[in-house]
Design a protein around this ligand. Structure first.
Ligand SMILES: [Zn+2]
Length: 99
């Protein structure tokens, strides 16, 4: 599979048609929503991978929430969730910053 943003190749393990693990990337799933003219299907799910380098370099475009209890969550500062540099154990090296 590839990163949705930069197309870097990502190792991903798929079981029963679903991505269950990756290396240096996060899994995003959606059923779509009414605001999309191309993805609005209740019974369908799409998955994309975004590599850690893209998450770090574009974290200002991410919205975050923290779950406090089962149904309660509050908006969170994404800088407290996604670091501004790749950690030392990351195998990715080339973070490209947005202008
Ligand atoms: Zn990427």
């Amino acid at each position: 599979m590839n990163c949705f943003a930069c197309l870097r190749e990502i190792e991903a393990k798929v079981e029963d048609g679903e991505i269950v693990s990756t290396s240096d990337a996060a899994i995003f799933m959606s059923h779509g929503n009414y605001g999309s003219t191309v993805l609005d299907m209740e019974d369908a799910t799409v998955e994309v991978l975004i590599c850690d380098a893209c998450l770090v370099s574009r974290r200002q475009h991410v919205r975050a929430h923290v779950k406090h209890q089962k149904y309660e969550r509050t908006e969170a500062n994404v800088t407290e969730i996604i670091p501004d540099t790749l950690p030392s154990n990351s195998r990715l090296t080339d973070v490209q910053r947005d202008a």
